[in-house]
Ligand binder design. Structure first.
Ligand code: ATP
Length: 667
């Protein structure tokens, strides 16, 4: 028979001796409830319900169960009100008020798993409790039940026993294993105790917001982004190993074949690569076959690199290279994994496949500088083959535009980006559905900035005219999105598009679209645009702030992770240190032994077949309770299964803290 020495620190841990036939009081035969000793008496020394209908046997005060061979510290007894108990006590029926069975189904308390000796079939092993009977014998009024819920007699830690089947209880000789399906399913984290979230009154929406997905979707989206940004280069993709401090090149394209990209009249290819300095992935847009004639063309890059705006893809740097066997211009941008262009998100799918084939084949590509004041983008403004301009095709293209709320959100965001750029004395020049990225839920960012400035440096274009063009392109974009048609303002579609907007959207949308697209408006600038859309700004602000609240709430729940990681780190430091192999404090008689057993309890559970139980929920529950230092008691069983300890999380926490601080202090 193994005994545990009292931990050096004053602990309320109760040692329980594995009973044997010689020195244990004989286990009373299982009788009806009236003859069975009340467990509350054995655990707490008295039963609050003795006179209130408790059907179990309440021995006179002097007739209590003999104390175990070694008594617990007085401190333990007084601090926690526990009395010295033997293994009998462990098997006493749990007091479970009737109401608790219902409550448990809703929010069951966490369950300590008690591992009993495999040899429990031997006569000396304590019999498992007759759990299933408890609720039948305690009949209380509703109010009593509720009052009892908080009462000290409610053994929170063992409430799960309530769920055990009658069959199990009858077979007393079956080794005591806690089937994962039976126990762990009822073991959600007690969030009110361990993860205090923002009170619901402060969260306006639990179903996500205009800018933030609902929690499960948000997590999935973030996981997917993280996964995408770590995706590896395809073998044989013939990409450079290293270029100007960038490595691990990946071609960004939804098509698996390295399809060439078109940037105005020049082909452009978009890559993702990691910067060696900071290890962060960036997007590198390479303009093929472009020969930079003057270094001063890069002044625009310098100017753009200072622009930081939530609706602009930041420009980082630019360089020329011959690595691709041509002279290429490469402009480096921030990378937004899994982003889509507005064209891909809203316009592409509506185009009949032959049309998209036509566009992919380069139909209607315009020469660079064809119109210096209104540079046409490759997929806009080009003459389409006749089948796509027929009224039938147009009806198909115009069948569904984007919802007005989202449209206004785009308008406000893009207008805000334009304002920042214009105020910096620059022009955007890429207000086009193929160059504006959708980087999150309803979040748009204008991309490919600065390329045009470098490409047309020697043309000395008038910035004011270019800014005016920005607004016109903005108007065209609104038309395209409303009508679901990239050619909404060309090819004689204008009137029809206007009709569609009038029918489908509010008057304000039509006004702003017409205002932006108009040519002869002497005072048109981005500030007057804001005067027109000012009514929509508050909605956008409200949604943005609500999104912030959602994210803050999400983050709050993640704070818990840090707590658990810290705990796990401490365990890592403490457990299995070779220098403690012969240290008596870590042996079966030392105070640190509790930590060892707790580690087994948390991580090394086995099921009834002897297979490891890898139940995360059990681990999280235990660690959270440990971190909270709850009074809840659990039974830790020695590896030889000959003895066990009943100890509270609070005490285990104290042991862990003491062990860790001792390690930290050691020189
Ligand atoms: N900064 C970025 N972060 C993440 N992805 C980006 C970024 N910039 C572009 N992309 C992605 O690269 C892909 C190609 O972009 P690109 O601008 O070349 O579009 P495109 O429609 O092919 O236009 P073009 O006709 O000019 O080639 C798009 O799917 C886009 O989402």
């Amino acid at each position: 028979m193994a005994f545990f020495a009292r931990p050096a620190s004053a602990s309320a841990a109760v040692r329980i001796v594995n009973p044997n036939t010689q020195n244990e009081a004989v286990q009373p035969p299982r009788k009806d409830s009236a003859q069975r000793r009340c467990r509350n008496v054995m655990i707490y020394g008295y039963c609050k319900f003795e006179d209130k209908g408790c059907v179990y046997y309440h021995p006179p005060v002097g007739e209590l169960i003999p104390a175990p061979a070694r008594s617990v510290s007085p401190a333990a007894t007084t601090t926690h009100g526990t009395s010295p108990i033997s293994a009998h006590a462990v098997n006493a029926p749990v007091f479970v008020p009737k109401a608790s069975s219902l409550s448990l189904a809703i929010s069951p308390p966490s369950t300590p798993v008690i591992r009993q000796p495999v040899a429990s079939s031997s006569p000396s092993s304590p019999a498992p409790p007759d759990y299933h009977q408890s609720t039948e014998h305690y009949a209380y009024s509703e109010s009593e039940q509720m009052a009892e819920f908080d009462a000290q007699f409610y053994d929170d830690s063992q409430a799960h026993f309530n769920g055990y089947s009658a069959g199990y209880a009858q077979n007393m000789e079956v080794p005591f294993y806690t089937g994962p399906t039976q126990v762990y399913m009822n073991e959600p984290l007690d969030h009110h105790l361990y993860t205090p979230a923002i009170p619901s009154a402060f969260v306006s929406s639990t179903t996500g917001s205009h800018f933030i997905h609902p929690t499960p979707e948000l997590r999935q989206t973030l996981q997917e982004r993280s996964h995408t940004s770590r995706s590896a280069t395809l073998l044989g993709s013939n990409l450079p190993e290293e270029l100007q401090g960038y490595h691990s090149f990946v071609l960004i394209d939804t098509v698996s074949s390295p399809e060439r990209k078109k940037f105005f009249n020049l082909n452009s290819v978009v890559y993702r690569a990691i910067n060696s300095n900071d290890g962060i992935p960036y997007v590198l847009r390479r303009i093929e076959n472009f020969r930079l004639m003057q270094q001063a063309a890069f002044n625009a890059i310098e100017a753009w690199s200072h622009i930081r705006h939530p609706n602009i893809v930041p420009v980082h740097e630019a360089f020329t290279t011959r690595t691709f066997n041509d002279s290429s211009l490469v402009v480096v941008y921030s990378y937004y994994p899994n982003s889509q262009t507005l064209f891909e998100a809203h316009l592409k799918s509506t185009i009949p496949s032959t049309l998209s084939q036509y566009l992919q084949n380069g139909g209607g590509r315009l020469a660079l500088g064809q119109s210096h004041s209104l540079p046409q983008l490759s997929q806009y403004g080009q003459p389409l083959p006749s089948p796509f301009t027929s009224s039938q095709s147009l009806r198909h293209l115009q069948s569904s535009g984007i919802p007005e709320r989202i449209l206004w959100s785009y308008i406000v965001q893009i207008a805000s980006a334009i304002k920042r750029v214009h105020e910096a004395g620059l022009a955007v020049r890429t207000i086009d559905a193929t160059k504006i990225l959708l980087t999150g839920k309803n979040r748009v960012r204008i991309g490919s900035c600065a390329v045009w400035d470098v490409l047309t440096y020697d043309q000395h274009l008038d910035v004011v005219a270019l800014q005016h063009d920005d607004l016109q392109h903005f108007g065209r974009l609104i038309f395209a999105l409303c009508c679901n048609n990239p050619q909404a303002t060309t090819n004689g579609n204008f009137q029809k598009s206007l009709e569609i907007i009038s029918k489908t959207y509010s008057h304000d949308v039509k006004s702003i679209a017409l205002y932006l697209i108009s040519k002869n408006h002497p005072h048109k600038n981005i500030n007057t645009v804001f005067e027109t859309i000012s009514g929509r700004l508050l909605t956008e602000l409200d949604d943005a702030l609500e999104g912030m609240d959602c994210l803050e709430n999400e983050m709050l729940s993640e704070l818990e992770n840090a707590r658990l990681v810290r705990l796990l780190c401490k365990f890592g430091f403490i457990n299995e240190r070779p220098e403690f192999a012969r240290d008596s404090r870590w042996s079966e008689t030392g105070d640190r032994y509790i930590i060892k057993l707790f580690r087994d309890y948390v991580f090394h559970q086995i099921d009834e077949h002897g297979n490891p139980v890898t139940n995360m929920s059990h681990v999280l529950t235990c660690l959270n309770k440990l971190d909270a230092g709850t009074e809840e008691k659990i039974m830790l069983v020695a590896r030889d299964e000959q003895s066990c300890l009943v100890v509270s999380y609070k005490e285990i926490k104290a042991c862990v803290e003491a062990a860790f601080s001792e390690l930290s202090r050691a020189r």
